[in-house]
Design a protein around this ligand. Structure first.
Ligand code: ADP
Ligand code: MG
Length: 693
């Protein structure tokens, strides 16, 4: 905080704002004067002209002027005060359900009033309920305002008028102190107003603008601020990247014999895409700067082995590797794969999650600290506590989309030891269109595995109404008779994990009744990790035929013989998530099927969405369609980013701004480096502590 900057002054420094109000403002994220200035209206009221009462129609929100003809209390129905006013063109009733005796006298016949409210149909013609009203001294008194009236987002206990006054006061005192960090050439290029013009305009727009057009997409004042905000988010990631890259990392080297030995001992040949990505990783890791790379590849494209190769580079140079997975199940699967692939190397690989306790844990931690363990594989719990490494050289984060940007930053910091930054490899199956990648991953270089291992047959997906459930169940019977395995996935909205588990339990019971000859087991998120793992292990070893599961199996689980998946209520999930789920089948050489068992009737949109899934197996295309149908706001706003929230920008309507941001950021970093930190501070606040090294 800069004490000399008047914009940094606490809101409590303003007249009329005490401690209590200040703490309420804080709930809205408003601490200092700059925050107040950037608290923009979400709509406006038009009090710039009065309407003739005779011209009013239901649904209009209007400012009117009139003379009280009659005031009375109604005791029929809900007790209310009715006041009838007229202006020579017509009459309207004002209705108050809460009123005082004083109001009865105040609103006595002959009084002149101005009122502002929505007009609606009442018992006897048009009426306004609880209008904002003012008693006029004379019929000629001016009641209109010069500008539209801003309506600000509020929080409990804070009134619109208080906020309006506070903001007005701040604008008068401090607007002049705002620095416009966008270069003039840029403003000209996009026909943007200056910062001060934009802010002034949005808080107190001139009457030529109607309230409706004001918040529209192409309003240059709003657009300019949205641009500045998106730019600042992008810049913050660029800064983080530069800071991370400024630290030394150990360059990895590997001899040809070790490399060949590793590749030869794999049970398959790498695809061209895997080889290309491996080359990119190797080039990164040979540098003295940390690698910051994201590997994107569709489900089943073989990302794990790519990360194992990166691990090999670290081990060959004498460094340790940490591999982090989003779930226990997945961590364990990686543990098994790595153990097999590194079988002929003298490397100790350990498994560490929150579930591992006591002496096992102690021994594991010791082996990391004294360097005897080369690779540790676990969940993110692994990094949440004091795990000390002797020589950590590489961090691998799998299924990155499960973690927010900030969480990733925090991890990177944890991995730092003795001034050395480990290289970092993150992997995701969720393709993010380039424009969005820029807001989420611009601290990373991106590699894409755009090829599946050979011999994979596309999954055949069908969309089936729940009325045909019995048919589907019979199909499981036939399937299992052919010695194959299947999944039955119960989905519900993500928030209610408990309900989801309950649904899965019921389904498992029901299926056990109707399919008595089939070995059925259940796995869900509320089970103890050990129990869950035992079930998964049984499924993998084909001691179970049908696995009833919740979406916990979404990521990574790999059982090639399980080639049939039924997904219940698929209409509730996003396309990309469904695609991930479906990616559990189709892992072997045989045919595989996914049945989307929907609850009818299905809306047109839902039908269209499921149709996309039926028609394509291409994860990138599905992500694009998902984006088109749901909009980037929804796609990014959910669990993918968690924390990514914007004050003004709206990804759905500001997508067009994204394209230009990287080049403009680049030029700003070069030509006006002084602008960068203040912009980040203005839009992201003090919360970006990862930006400080
Ligand atoms: P994902 O990219 O979804 O993480 P995985 O790494 O789990 O994919 O790989 C999916 C399956 O494909 C695994 O069984 C893995 O061993 C196998 N696999 C990976 N690469 C190849 C390859 N080049 N040829 C054949 N199978 C491969
Ligand atoms: Mg994977």
């Amino acid at each position: 905080m800069d004490r000399n900057d008047p914009l940094d002054q606490s809101v409590a420094s303003l007249g009329g704002i005490g401690k209590q109000t200040a703490s309420k403002l804080e709930k809205l994220g408003i601490r200092n004067c700059q925050d107040l200035i950037f608290h923009l209206p979400h709509r406006y009221e038009d009090r710039t002209r009065t309407q003739a009462i005779g011209a009013l129609k239901p649904g209009m929100t209007a400012l009117i002027k009139g003379k009280v003809e009659l005031t009375d209390t109604l005791l029929r129905g809900r007790k209310s005060l009715i006041c009838r006013i007229g202006d020579g063109t017509g009459f309207i009733s004002l209705r108050f359900f809460h009123f005082s005796a004083a109001q009865l006298t105040q609103l006595s016949p002959g009084t002149y009033l101005s009122c502002f409210a929505e007009v609606r149909h009442g018992y006897a013609g048009l009426e306004m309920i609880h209008p904002d009203y003012k008693i006029l001294n004379n019929p000629e008194q001016t009641v209109t305002e010069d500008t539209l009236t801003p309506v600000y987002p509020l929080t409990e206990g804070l009134s619109q008028s208080l906020l309006r006054k506070a903001i007005k006061q701040t604008l008068n005192l401090h607007l002049k102190h705002l620095t416009d960090w966008l270069p003039e050439s840029l403003l000209q290029r996009f026909h943007y107003p200056t910062l001060i013009e934009a802010i002034n305009f949005l808080h107190a727009p001139s009457e030529q603008m109607t309230a409706e057009t004001l918040l529209q997409n192409d309003n240059p004042a709003r657009k300019r601020l949205a641009f500045e905000e998106l730019l600042s988010h992008h810049l913050s990631l660029r800064v983080v990247r530069e800071q991370a890259r400024a630290q030394p990392a150990p360059p990895f080297t590997i001899d040809e014999i070790t490399r060949r030995h590793f590749l030869k001992s794999l049970p398959f040949q790498l695809t061209g895409a895997q080889q290309r990505v491996i080359t990119e990783i190797e080039a990164d890791c040979s540098q003295q700067q940390p690698m910051l790379r994201l590997v994107q590849g569709d489900v089943g494209s073989g990302k794990t082995v790519v990360s194992a190769y990166a691990a090999l580079l670290a081990l060959a140079t004498g460094y340790q590797v940490a591999v982090m997975a989003p779930t226990e199940l997945l961590a364990e699967q990686h543990f098994r794969n790595f153990s097999a692939w590194f079988d002929s190397f003298q490397t100790q690989i350990i498994f560490l999650t929150g579930q591992i306790k006591g002496n096992t844990r102690k021994a594991a931690l010791e082996s990391l600290e004294d360097g005897s363990a080369g690779i540790v594989i676990g969940t993110h719990a692994l990094f949440q506590e004091s795990v000390t490494f002797k020589k950590l050289g590489l961090i691998v984060i799998d299924e990155q989309h499960r973690f927010g940007v900030h969480q990733r930053m925090a991890l990177r910091d944890k991995g730092r030891n003795a001034g050395i930054r480990p290289h970092q490899l993150v992997m995701t199956a969720t393709p993010i269109p380039r424009t969005l990648a820029m807001l989420q991953y611009s601290d990373l270089d991106i590699s894409i595995i755009d090829e599946l291992p050979p011999g994979r047959k596309p999954i055949v997906t069908s969309v089936i109404p729940s009325e045909r459930r019995e048919e589907v169940i019979a199909r499981i019977g036939h399937w299992v008779a052919q010695k194959r395995q299947a999944y039955w996935v119960c989905t519900l909205i993500e928030e209610s994990e408990a309900l989801q588990c309950e649904a899965a339990e019921k389904t498992a019971e029901l299926l056990t009744q109707v399919l008595p000859d089939i070995r059925i087991a259940l796995v869900h998120g509320r089970m103890k990790a050990a129990d869950k793992d035992a079930v998964m292990q049984d499924f993998k070893n084909h001691r179970i035929d049908l696995l009833v599961a919740t979406t916990v199996i979404e990521v990574g689980v790999d059982v090639p013989n399980a080639g049939l998946m039924i997904i219940e209520n698929p209409e509730r999930l996003g396309l990309s998530q469904l695609h991930q789920l479906r990616g559990r089948v189709g892992r072997g050489k045989d045919d595989s099927y996914c049945l989307l068992l929907y609850q009818s009737p299905l809306s047109d949109t839902a039908r269209h969405r499921l149709g996309i899934l039926r028609d394509t197996n291409d994860g990138f295309m599905i992500a694009e369609k998902d984006l088109e149908l749901r909009g980037p706001g929804e796609v990014m706003g959910t669990r993918q980013t968690g924390q990514m929230q914007f004050k003004i920008a709206d990804l759905d309507r500001d997508t067009d701004l994204l394209d230009n941001i990287p080049t403009i950021a680049e030029s700003l970093l070069h030509h006006s480096p002084d602008a960068v930190q203040p912009l980040i501070k203005r839009w992201l606040g003090e919360t970006v502590n990862y930006a400080e090294v």
